[in-house]
Design a protein around this ligand. Structure first.
Ligand SMILES: *Cc1c(COP(=O)(O)O)cnc(C)c1O
Length: 384
């Protein structure tokens, strides 16, 4: 694979990519085709039908494997399609231990779709990973973590979770969407499957919905590829190309997301009207020491509450920002503001939500890469 031995910043641009052999095009072509001509039945160039393989997708998969330090990657039509494929490794009666603070759509597919197929999910606090052990029984097959978590920015110890998983013959799945491969490589800490919503930082421009899985084990890759091809949630070549283009600048974007994130977090912490500020980079973050161990930086995701802790006060702030656009999603170059309780996490029952610390007034920021002075002025105006 081209560029596999280089540093991340070089791999992001070169890994998996080589000039098009027929034309010399330096950028990977968008192979907009559904099928491939065969010289005789079975005599083909490795491509038969585009649900199964597409050359643009192959290049992206090789690039993603390289930047997550994995042997294999599979791309999907969305992060949720990737999640769907992973859960389809399981059978009725199997159980999964899941971090209780996670993407709302992941909670929804587990509780509203796969629970109907007889799979049981235990949503638990993993701020101390040893708590996972309390929920493992003879039916447990998988541990599912997201770190940092969404939207409470908790940090889960990947290496400690991996040890528990492997001591008990379980698979460890790690949703690495928030950190991106720039900040964290879960396979290096023992995760078996890394999951990405490439819609977010990997794509980086809020112009594509895409998902990916990266793993080291060949048998696991075979099983997941079989599910992918059988169920068909594959991305189109144009979407693969957009993600491929996005990741070429992941390092420069993430560097600025981290700088701006730090500045906004510190500003909010000093603001008299702001209550709690949740950001992985604060030294008084309860799991900052774990973040230091497994992350190379702290990113641009921040959540905060207002001292005037109610929905109406939060709605006032959401209404007043001009640069921070009110929208679901995260990880794009532009700054976004959201209200998890009514937006991304609306599918989690209020009682469950509050119990896990996701209060009604919590506001989530995806800090973009605009000029920091403008971002802070926008927040100053909105919070008042
Ligand atoms: C957005 C997101 C997903 C789902 O991905 P889609 O691309 O929207 O299907 C999964 N996990 C996390 C952490 C996310 O932010």
């Amino acid at each position: 694979m081209t560029g596999d031995n280089y540093k991340l910043d070089t791999k992001l641009i070169h890994a998996g990519v080589s000039p098009d052999p027929t034309t010399g095009a330096i950028m990977t072509p968008i192979y907009q085709t559904s099928t491939y001509v065969q010289a005789a039945p079975g005599d083909h160039k490795g491509y038969e039908y585009a649900r199964t393989q597409n050359p643009t997708r192959t290049v992206l998969q090789n690039a993603l494997a390289a930047i997550e330090n994995g042997n294999f990657a599979l791309c999907f039509g969305s992060g949720m399609a990737a999640t769907d494929a992973v859960i389809k490794l399981l059978h009725p009666g199997d159980e999964v231990v899941v971090s209780n603070d996670l993407y709302g759509g992941t909670y929804r597919i587990m509780t509203k779709v796969f629970a109907n197929y007889g799979i049981k999910f235990h949503f638990i606090d993993m701020s101390d990973a040893s708590n996972i052990k309390n929920y493992i029984n003879a039916h447990t097959k998988m541990i599912w973590i997201e770190t940092p978590t969404n939207p409470l920015l908790n940090v889960i110890d990947i290496a400690a979770s991996a040890t528990i998983a492997h001591d008990n013959n379980l698979l460890l799945v790690c949703d690495n969407t928030f950190a991106s491969p720039y900040l964290q490589n879960p396979l290096d800490f023992g995760a078996d499957i890394v999951l990405h919503s490439a819609t977010k930082y990997l794509g980086g421009h809020s112009d594509v919905v895409h998902g990916a899985l990266i793993m080291n084990d060949e048998d696991l890759e075979n099983r997941l590829r079989f599910i992918q091809n059988s169920c068909g949630a594959v991305p189109g070549p144009h979407d693969c190309w957009l993600v491929l283009r996005g990741i070429k600048t992941l390092h420069v974007r993430m560097q600025r997301h981290c700088e701006n994130g730090a500045a906004v977090a510190k500003y909010l912490k000093s603001h008299p009207k702001v209550g709690k500020v949740l950001w992985v980079g604060f030294e008084d973050h309860p799991n900052h020491h774990i973040a230091q161990k497994q992350m190379r930086g702290y990113g641009g995701m921040i959540s905060f509450t207002l001292k005037d802790d109610n929905i109406e006060a939060a709605m006032e702030v959401l209404k007043k920002t001009q640069l921070f656009a009110l929208a679901e999603s995260l990880g794009g170059v532009e700054s976004l503001i959201g209200h998890p309780a009514t937006m991304t996490h609306g599918s989690i029952p209020r009682e469950e939500r509050i119990k896990n610390g996701l209060s009604d007034s919590l506001i989530r920021l995806s800090v973009g890469i605009e000029a920091i002075e403008d971002l802070i002025a926008d927040l100053a105006h909105a919070i008042g």
